[in-house]
Design a protein. Structure first.
Length: 84
């Protein structure tokens, strides 16, 4: 399957049940994960990454991201597991 098979260029989001996943959700999560896994990241950047990641979680879970991938960073994985 190719990216355009899931979300064609002319669409910016896909509905999965009651959840809307926007184009770029996985890429945004990866960017936030890098900040959260960086012990040298400034506190304001970490706080923003946490907020942004919390907003993304319903879509990422609906996409099944964490059913096929496991986070290698134990602290990030623990933080993610603690999120509702």
């Amino acid at each position: 399957m190719r990216a355009q098979d899931v979300l064609p260029d002319h669409r910016n989001e896909v509905r999965i049940g009651e959840v809307v996943a926007r184009k770029g959700s996985v890429a945004a999560f990866l960017a936030n994960a890098r900040v959260l896994a960086d012990p040298a990241a400034p506190a304001p950047a970490r706080a923003q990454a946490e907020r942004d990641t919390r907003e993304l979680l319903p879509a990422l879970r609906a996409l099944g991201l964490f059913e096929v991938m496991e986070l290698r960073d134990p602290q990030l994985r623990a933080w993610l597991d603690a999120q509702p």
